[in-house]
Each structure stands twice: as C-alpha cells, then as structure tokens.
Design a protein around this ligand. Structure first.
Ligand SMILES: Cc1cc2nc3c(=O)[nH]c(=O)nc-3n(C[C@H](O)[C@H](O)[C@H](O)COP(=O)(O)OP(=O)(O)OC[C@H]3O[C@@H](n4cnc5c(N)ncnc54)[C@H](O)[C@@H]3O)c2cc1C
Length: 425
C-alpha cells in the first residue's frame, strides 16, 4: 500500500501539492482508471473521494450482481467495492478518502478540503469520475408536507447497510427501473414490506424478468400512476396518488424515490469546463476528453446510468486515453467545439460523446443515447442530411441505445429520432 501521509493541517493559505494524474471519485470508474494508469507507468496517481470509505455506490448495495465482468464471479456491492479499492492500492495508487474536491481549475489543478485543511493539487491530467445522484422529491415535483421517511434508494441503502437503521416498515417505491428493484431487494432483506411499486409510465422501465418481481412478491404494481402529495407530520402517514381511475390514498409510512439519475456535476458550473446540456455532465469527445483537454471523464458522470461493470471498463479505456494524452499521442481536439458538436432532433434526452474529433483508438467507441420519453420511430445518424446508420425502434427512456461514432471532418452531424419514420409493427 502506498497511501501517502495527508498534508499538514492548514488554517492559512492552501497547501500546494503535485501529482501526475488526479482522479476525482473512488467508484468503479475512478478505481479501474487508477489501476490502468499505474500499470501503464504513470508515477503518481492520486484518487480523491469525499466519502469516509472509498468504493463508490457499490459500498451500500449489499446485493449481487456485481463483479462478473471484472473478477469472474458474482458478488455483493460491498465485497466488490473492497476488491476494487484493494486492486487500486496494490497497483500503487494513493487513495485519499474524506477529501472533497471543491473546484476545478485550468492548469489543470483541483482544490480540495479535508480534515487536514485546504489544498490545491496540480497535475498533468485530471479524471472526473463523480458518478450520479438520484433525483429528489422536489425535482420530481411531489407536493404535500415534508415529513421524515422520504428517501432515495441510495440513502435507504446507506441507512440500513452502513448505519443499521430501519427508516420505515411499509413504504411505497416510486419508480420501476433497475435501481427501484435494488430498493425492493433491500426492503426484502430487512423485513420492510412495500405497499406498492408506483410507475408513472404505462410499463415498467426495467426489462423482463425483473418486471415480474413485484407480482411474485405480492406487491401491487401501479402503472400510469403518480405521487401527487405526501401526508404526515414528523413521519410519513400516507400518500395521495393519482391513478388512471382517479385519486387514491395509500397508507404508507415512507416513500422511496428511486432513480431519475442525474450526473454528479456540481463541480462544473463554477469551472471553465463546457457542460453537456443533455446529460448535465461534462461535454466529452470520443477520447473522454473535456473542452479543456487536460481534463477527462468516465463512468456514470457521462451517462446516467449504466452498470458498475460498464463504468469499470470505461475507466480503464479512458485511462489509456489519458496516457496517450500525456505522451502527446491523442488526435487533436476539434478546433471549434461548437462546430464539432452533434445536433439532436426528436424526443432524445442525450447522446454521449457529444463532440466529434478524429476517433483514432477511441475510449468511447460508440455513441450512447437515451430517450426523453417513450416513442416509436426511426433513430438515425446523419451526416450532411444523409443517414449513415439507423434502426427502427420502440424505444423507452432509461434504456441504452447505440449508434456508431460519426466520421470526423465530413460535415454537419445530427442524431435524429423521427416518430413518423419507419414501421415498428
Ligand atoms: C441503488 C443502486 C443499486 C445498483 N445496483 C447495481 C448492481 O446490482 N449491479 C451493477 O452492476 N450496478 C448497480 N448499480 C450501478 C453501479 O453502482 C454504478 O454504475 C457504479 O457505481 C458507477 O460507478 P462510478 O465510478 O461512475 O460512480 P460512483 O460509484 O457513483 O462513484 C462516484 C464517487 O465519486 C465521489 N464524489 C462525487 N463528487 C465528489 C467530489 N466533489 N469530491 C470527491 N469525491 C466525489 C462519490 O463520493 C463517489 O464515491 C446500482 C446503482 C444504484 C444507485
């Protein structure tokens, strides 16, 4: 283990340190990148995480399936997180927990705070791997009172797995994507019996067979239903839901507000880096490179939300881009970021990477897309108005779609979802 001593406590000016690569976020993407960078000969790799224990989201997901792609067998999230941390330390990366990055600066440099005080770390490259956060009830526009017992899946899992606290016994779960099923499994494991799973859409977001689980467990699945208001004083006492048959009251003592992931991009607005309006994370090119080419990004920060194995692999691939960048061997960034940006048309939420440049051996080797709403039609990649790839789809939000990377330097590139185009049967 090569973890270095923390810098001395600073009450005055911030301590200035140096590293070759600073990684912000010790989840699967950041930790796999750290291993790859060290194995490729990068001397000083420093991984920073604001949590007291590194490992990212899997630390509090005390259920499988994690690790099949990375370690060859299925394990729970905490075991997986420990394996990732051990691998990064064994490779010679320095991991600093309880260290929050508060600003990103040109140079590149990051400003941090920890118990040791404030510090600035200058580096040759910075990798952002800060993951996602779930939407709050306020972002879901749920009205009513503000009692305790309204939690995201991550907060629920942190309470029951890390703090040993049961926040409720009979909650409802809002959402039906994979993470809502993670909430369901957490409830099952702790003898919490959900009163309903509520989905605003006409179908569950998660694919078969997960979608069969609520029924198998005797939990009503309420489709086309929204939570209009929360009732209660200190604790949740009930939920007003709007169903296709009209309003109804559910006797619940909590609400798990699941999914609605957004990139953890809080560092971007105060920085010099360009934000992607589609994802809310940073705008990147196929090498995972930001508008300032000394900054890179990987993991769920780029695409809310993929599996841990996906993010782990992406961390490794973007780490290789960083090494090429340090050697001056990456293709040049697009000279005019505005001109080199993919345009979106139709009910598409985002496409990443958004900026075009000569792909070379691209870390992000295809376009990942998500829908803003369910739709049927033709998805196509067009260059100067001509389709160069496409397919006819019955598409839903929160499910990944792919297109090949567009060629660089051949005209205006757009991704179009044409609801009148194509017969989806
Ligand atoms: C409830 C739930 C259940 C899931 N279940 C599964 C599953 O069963 N199998 C599976 O494969 N995937 C699962 N996933 C998805 C998987 O956990 C994620 O894909 C994966 O953790 C993403 O890795 P990441 O490195 O991009 O980000 P994260 O794991 O989110 O790590 C990001 C890290 O960045 C840190 N950070 C953020 N901002 C700062 C800052 N300013 N300064 C310092 N540190 C910062 C955070 O503390 C965090 O540790 C689940 C996700 C959730 C939410």
């Amino acid at each position: 283990m090569t973890d270095a001593p923390r810098p001395p406590a600073a009450s005055g000016p911030a301590v200035v340190e140096t590293a070759d690569v600073v990684i912000v976020g010790a989840g699967p993407a950041g930790l796999s990148a750290a291993v790859t960078l060290r194995r490729m000969g990068v001397e000083r790799v420093v991984v920073l995480d604001r949590e007291a224990t590194p490992g990212g989201i899997p630390r509090h997901c005390a259920h499988p399936p994690y690790g099949l792609r990375e370690f060859g067998w299925i394990m729970t999230g905490p075991t997986y997180a420990r394996r990732l941390v051990a691998a990064a330390r064994a490779a010679g990366a320095e991991i600093r927990a309880a260290t929050t990055v508060t600003a990103l600066r040109p140079g590149p440099a990051v400003e941090v705070t920890s118990d040791a005080g404030r510090a600035t770390i200058r580096a040759r490259a910075v990798l952002l791997a800060t993951g996602v956060r779930e939407s709050t009830r306020a972002q879901r526009l749920i009205g009513g009172t503000r009692p305790g017992g309204v939690l995201s899946t991550g907060a629920l899992q942190g309470m029951v797995h890390l703090a040993g606290v049961l926040p409720f016994r009979r909650p409802a779960i809002l959402g039906s994507e994979m993470v809502a099923f993670s909430a369901l499994m957490t409830c099952r494991a702790h003898d919490i019996r959900p009163v309903a799973m509520i989905e605003p859409g006409a179908r569950t977001v998660a694919r078969w067979p997960a979608a069969l689980l609520p029924r198998a467990l005797g939990i009503p699945l309420m489709l086309n239903t929204t939570v209009a208001a929360i009732e209660g004083g200190a604790r949740v006492e009930g939920l007003c839901v709007q169903t296709p048959r009209g309003p109804r009251r559910l006797a619940a003592d909590g609400l798990i507000v699941s999914g609605g992931f957004r990139p953890e991009g809080a560092l971007l607005p105060g920085s010099h880096l360009t934000r992607d309006p589609g994802t809310g994370g940073p705008e990147v090119d196929p090498h995972g490179r930001l508008s300032d080419p000394a900054f890179f990004a990987a993991g769920n920060l780029l695409h809310p939300v993929e599996t841990a194995g996906w993010c782990w692999n992406e961390g490794r691939r973007v780490a290789r881009s960083i090494v090429l960048g340090l050697r001056g061997a990456l293709p040049l960034p697009a000279p005019d970021p505005a001109g080199g940006r993919i345009a979106l048309r139709g009910p598409l939420a985002y496409v990443t990477p958004r900026r075009i440049c000569a792909p070379g051996d691209a870390a992000l080797d295809r376009l990942i897309l998500r829908m803003a709403r369910p739709a049927r039609g033709r998805l196509s990649l067009r260059v100067d108005g001509h389709e160069i790839a496409g397919s006819t789809l019955d598409a839903r939000p929160e499910r990944r779609l792919f297109l090949p990377l567009p060629p660089a330097g051949h005209g205006a590139v757009e991704v179009v979802f044409d609801e009148d185009g194509g017969d989806t049967g």
